[in-house]
Design a protein around this ligand. Sequence first.
Ligand code: CP
Ligand code: NVA
Length: 330
Amino acid sequence: MLSNLKGRNFLTLKDFTGEEIMDFLTLAAELKEKKKKGIFDKVYQGKNIALIFEKTSTRTRCAFETAAHDMGIGTTYLDSRVSQIGKKESIADTARVLGRMYDGIEYRGFGQSVVEELAKYAGVPVWNGLTNEYHPTQMLADLLTIKEHKGDFKGLKFVYMGDARYNMGNSLMIACSKMGMHFVAAAPKKYHPNPALVQECKAFAAASRGSISFEEDAMKAAKDADIIYTDVWVSMGEPDEVWEERIRDLTPYKVTMDIMNTAKKDAIFLHCLPSFHDLKTEIGKEMGERFHLTEMEVTDEVFQKYAEVVFDEAENRMHTIKAVIAATLG
Ligand code: CP
Ligand code: NVA
């Protein structure tokens, strides 16, 4: 089965079947187990990968670097300040250059069309490390964490609170619908994903016996949930002007203890991170002062109560990204 993944790009989970997603997860679990035992198969010794970040990152960059180093793979980090990308050289030419030197390329940036262009010209596997539209490596970490805590995906009720039109909402809807979960986005109508993507996901859900639905009442959405998930209200690259409107529109979807107590007793809380659960960040502090808040998308009480699982999820970024590299490198 894994051989189906060799040489493939990893741009969105839409491109993979539920079985292929399970293959990535099985491999990630094996690699996690091996790492815990101190076993590192340097099967890719001598290979090199390029890591392009046009937006900032802690988890994704560190996950790619540690995963690669564990497998004996060399890495080069590039961003728009230190490279010619975009300003002096097109994405197509960058892809053709990097494809001659590297065995795989990670890209984090803005439009999905950019990572698609890179993949079209690189001639080596390209991995999407986050675009405005999708965040597929995050999905594998989230799925592995759910599998570890819940055992299986089929029939689980997954509730996403917040802006469901962006990378996280879109990607979670795809991931849930591929794996047979019941995905509910709790958000005002204007924050629902685009109808074409909803239609695609409804077809995935029909095949996996999952479902897709939308609910404007956060409490109703949370009822009997197995997983409650949220993300920041303003994403990287969005203008500062949107904060006020987002805070006004999305505060009813903040994950509070009342929300968690409405979900199932053994429900888990997940967050892709970083998170504004207190005022210990520059932006958190600024918004706290401007809008008289002590936290945004999740209360500190909820965050601390479920911190163990949230940081399992963060750790799983590395094991799952290692699986993506291992499975797709040619
Ligand atoms: N979740 C995530 O992608 O984190 P980073 O932005 O730190 O990479
Ligand atoms: N929606 C967030 C996800 C960060 C991992 C962003 O794009 O900034």
